[in-house]
Design a protein around this ligand. Sequence first.
Ligand code: ISJ
Length: 345
Amino acid sequence: MNSPFLHQVSQLLAQELPFFVLKKSNENRVNLFYQSDQEWHRTTPLEEDYIVFAPFLKEQHSVYIPVENSISFPWTHQKVESTLPEFDKEVNKDEYLMLVNKAINNLQEGDLRKVVLSRKQTIKSHLSQVKLLERLLNLYPTANSYFFYHPKVGAWMGATPELLLKIENTTLKTMSLAGTVAYDGVTDIYWGKKEREEQQLVTDYIVEQLKMTNATDIETSQPQTVQAGAICHLKTDIKAQINPNDMYKYLNALHPTPAVCGMPTKQALQFIKENEGYDRSFYTGYLGVVNNNNKNAEFFVNLRCIELNDKTATLYVGGGITALSHAQAEYLEIVNKMGTMLRVL
Ligand SMILES: C=C(O[C@@H]1C=C(C(=O)O)C=C[C@H]1O)C(=O)O
């Protein structure tokens, strides 16, 4: 059963040692990586394998965990209560509507074509961190679920549908994920113009960025609907051939994609910094495992995530705004997205 894994996690938390848990989509194993001291590694470790937990802003520090110890445990999914708890939907609502309307004006007039705007909300949480992790893993078997802890940085967890970058020898895989509707039992969805254009913009950007890194044989799939918990997104798979020694070149070229920042990147970043009103920290950053001196690596975008503090959890959610957006609909979208992590709490 799952208790040896959960026991190990609670010991690491009690000892205040940095660790990272990853259960990839549809896998029946959960991987635990941990460090035996409390040092905050701010540069890439010399070890062959390491964890990266990176913030949204490139000027902020990532956290690296050299993989000195790693254990893979079997995970048996168990049914858990998953009703949406009561929560105050009005918190920050007016601020968000104002922010989105300001962005829409800007998008209709200036050079900005898309900007992703988010908000955060802090909620009381009575469950222990280990219990929350157990619920997360049981609730979202098809997501990429993670838990990150570092005594000098804090604890974060999430269930993300978005791959930022996967490198396997000379093959690179990524995806363009944007466009959101509530899932109501069917994935045969008619996507509107706003969503289709917004997602295509992300695909085009990724392909252009890959071309600039000299990746070759770039292939894109047809956009398709994917379900992520109670919502659906539009996704295009992208594949290319690369030189695995240049992993950081590709990572830098892709992050942050217009799926989490906007387009053009510089103007979108400026709009976010000047108007969002808080530091996103690790939300919309990325996380993952690097093996074998960068030859194999996999990074996910840090979405549908929470930051855990003593008895509170801070949820972060956002959505892409374009000139075709309606503020009220965008607000409903982020409320829906909040449901993913609220069901865990
Ligand atoms: C920014 C988030 O999600 C991103 C924005 C999306 C959208 O605007 O439709 C969809 C998927 C993600 O790329 C989030 O969930 O917080």
